[in-house]
Design a protein around this ligand. Structure first.
Ligand SMILES: [Mn+2]
Length: 288
């Protein structure tokens, strides 16, 4: 039995194409998309339509991530353009409009999926953890915390969300982080997905890394209008693609609340983040 699990596509269509070609050559019995297909990337509509076509014709399972939830929650923002709250949510608002406001297709996605092997052992996939779809599993997560995050523990627990691949053992459970298709944060820009096999009572896991047309993914930020329409944060997302590191967290930790409450202008807050990046010397690195 072969199971392919891909996640965190984040509207990166060229990366999704490369990963799908590799998956289909492997001929898995099951394919699971483990959340964050849309948002934080330039081609959410095409990425979503692509996996939905696979769902219809090839039985792919598409799970919900926290970014699907962000986009769903944008329907609650009634403030007009220019209002601090609108500006703080502008990135997800752009995705929302790309999907023509059709969030029902996101809301119906299940949070988790289980596959039972012939010996009765189980694989469970969920975007982050059993506690929440924003509760990631990292190398620094303690065993005690990990046990809570995966309970009730299956034979194989598959998580994503951190954009950092990981394989860890805990009391008979193999914990697998798939890494990200569209936006890796482990410093390696290649797209990642997990190949998991069950054979004669043994589960085995391999993380596959694939080079893809990242120049096209970068051009998509401009060609789709995302850079212009998504607000000042999008240049930071583009820099995440370039550096294969999380950059948006710098803004979210310090400035999300002040911007939403109108205490600080969005453009000013992002300028401060760029200044911080520049001080670390990261701003002087070449994009590729
Ligand atoms: Mn993600």
């Amino acid at each position: 039995m072969k199971i392919a699990i891909l996640a965190d596509i984040h509207g990166n269509y060229p990366a999704l194409q490369t990963v799908t070609e590799h998956i289909e050559k492997w001929h898995p019995d099951w394919v699971i998309v483990n959340g964050d297909t849309v948002n934080r990337g330039p081609r959410p509509r095409e990425a979503l339509q692509f996996v939905q076509e696979k769902e219809t014709n090839q039985g792919w399972v598409i799970l919900k991530g926290n970014h699907e939830e962000y986009v769903i929650s944008r329907v609650e923002v009634t403030e007009p353009e220019g209002h601090p709250k609108y500006e703080a949510f502008r990135m997800a608002m752009w995705t929302y409009h790309q999907l023509n406001g059709n969030v029902a297709q996101l809301a119906r996605m299940p949070d988790q999926h289980e596959i039972i092997a012939p010996d009765g052992s189980r694989l469970r996939a969920v975007h982050a953890s059993m506690r929440s779809n924003r509760d990631g599993i990292y190398t620094f997560t303690t065993d005690e915390e990990l046990a809570e995050k995966i309970a009730p523990s299956p034979a194989v627990f598959v998580t994503s969300h951190t954009h950092r691949p990981l394989i860890r053992q805990l009391n008979g459970t193999t914990v697998v982080n798939t890494g990200a298709v569209g936006l890796p944060f482990d410093g390696d820009w290649r797209a990642a997905y997990a190949q998991i096999t069950w054979h004669k009572g043994e589960w085995q896991v391999e993380i596959v890394r694939l080079p893809y047309d990242r120049e096209q993914a970068d051009r998509d930020f401009v060609q789709t209008g995302y850079l212009e329409g998504g607000g000042p944060l999008i240049e930071l997302v583009r820099y995440e693609l370039a550096t294969a590191r999380s950059q948006l967290h710098r803004w979210a930790e310090k400035y999300d609340k002040p911007v939403q409450s109108g205490q600080m202008d969005m453009a000013e807050s992002v300028r401060l983040v760029w200044a911080e990046i520049g001080q670390e010397g990261a701003g002087t690195q070449a994009y590729w």
